[in-house]
Ligand binder design. Structure first.
Ligand SMILES: Cc1cc2nc3c(=O)[nH]c(=O)nc-3n(C[C@H](O)[C@H](O)[C@H](O)COP(=O)(O)OP(=O)(O)OC[C@H]3O[C@@H](n4cnc5c(N)ncnc54)[C@H](O)[C@@H]3O)c2cc1C
Length: 313
């Protein structure tokens, strides 16, 4: 059973990256319609206008939100500028609607793969607009080929803006060194296990060792009183993190549990009901294909949920 699930997961990830399959599926109205029904579980809408009522409703239920306009690796400055403008709209909408929400993004979406200076200018504009909305911008962790560039950009922007945070992948062998430096910067550290395939020897696989490493980072963050986000759907890790919170008693303003929209929502709601700060990560936009395939692939039994979503009215 375990082997079959791994096989299914690998196949789904491969299918997600197959450009021919993607083009065919997205160009076929019937298949696209079916896929979109499955995607709805994980995506807050095609547009910001669709995502905002969901964020507002989650806020009313006592959950904070992260908002991401989905996309990555823009190929030219025009695309990166358009993405930046959209994120600026997100900041303004958060302010106008008085949402309890922050912004999350991939730096490659706003031009990191094109030019450092261009990306820095875009990120600076976003940090300023986020500050006006009294909120923060959290930078996502991308593939290992981008880790150096992402961390360098974070270090640079942190000298001028305090409302910017970073995502750290616990599975990378390099993270202990990076982590020490990141602790000296003021921004929130979101700790995740890590989603990307890495070249051999660079990362830990899922399992007990990674769980211990993950909790080690959580403990250091709580102990040093660093603002952090405990971003996982792993129920056991969430329970262990609760024990660490009870042990170290950090102020509730410093930490939050965070999970992705549509995934193990009941666990996040339970944490919120118990009084822990909890945040839902909402993504929206039309470039959802890869994101949705990955969410299904990382937990292949989700394929049955997707089938059910497709056949449901
Ligand atoms: C808020 C947030 C931001 C993130 N940002 C990044 C980022 O910037 N860079 C990056 O590399 N990764 C990011 N990730 C993804 C992260 O690295 C993991 O790949 C993802 O969270 C799955 O790992 P896990 O901690 O939930 O544990 P896993 O060991 O993968 O799963 C533990 C358990 O959680 C549940 N679960 C996990 N995934 C699913 C799913 N898709 N469907 C249903 N149940 C599931 C299952 O019960 C599973 O047994 C982010 C995750 C979150 C929650």
């Amino acid at each position: 059973m375990e082997d079959l699930l791994k096989l299914g997961s690998a196949a789904l990830k491969k299918a997600a990256l197959n450009e021919e399959a993607k083009t065919y599926l997205l160009a076929n109205p019937v298949l696209f319609g079916l896929l979109k029904k499955a995607a709805r579980r994980y995506i807050a809408g095609d547009t910001l206008t669709e995502a905002i009522p969901i964020a507002a409703s989650l806020n009313q239920q006592g959950l904070r939100c992260s908002l991401e306009f989905i996309g990555e690796s823009t190929r030219n400055e025009q695309e990166a500028k358009e993405a930046t403008d959209e994120f600026l709209r997100v900041c303004r909408t958060i302010r106008e609607n008085k949402l309890n929400a922050s912004v999350s993004l991939d730096l490659s979406h706003i031009g990191l793969a094109l030019s450092n200076d261009f990306c820095y200018a875009n990120l600076t504009a976003l940090c300023q607009e986020a500050a006006a909305a009294n909120t923060e911008v959290i930078i996502s962790a991308e593939g290992t080929e981008r880790t150096d560039a992402v961390l360098a950009m974070y270090q640079k922007i942190s000298t001028e803006h305090k409302n910017v945070g970073i995502t750290v992948q616990a599975y990378l062998h390099r993270t202990p060194d990076d982590f020490k430096q990141l602790l000296s910067l003021p921004g929130r550290i979101r700790i995740v296990k890590g989603a990307f395939e890495t070249p051999p020897g660079l990362s830990l696989p899922r399992g007990k060792e990674l769980d211990e490493v993950y909790l080690g980072y959580v403990e250091q963050l709580l102990l040093t009183g660093h603002r952090c986000s405990i971003a996982t759907h792993d129920h056991t890790l969430q329970q262990s993190a609760k024990q660490l919170i009870r042990k170290h008693q950090p102020p509730a303003t410093l930490y939050e549990f965070e999970s992705l929209y549509g995934i193990q929502t009941a666990q996040l709601t339970a944490l919120k009901e118990e009084g822990y700060p909890a945040k839902m990560y909402l993504v929206y936009g039309s470039e959802w294909y890869l994101y949705v395939c990955n969410r299904i692939a990382e937990h292949p039994l989700n394929i049955f949920q997707a089938l059910n979503d497709i056949v449901s009215e």
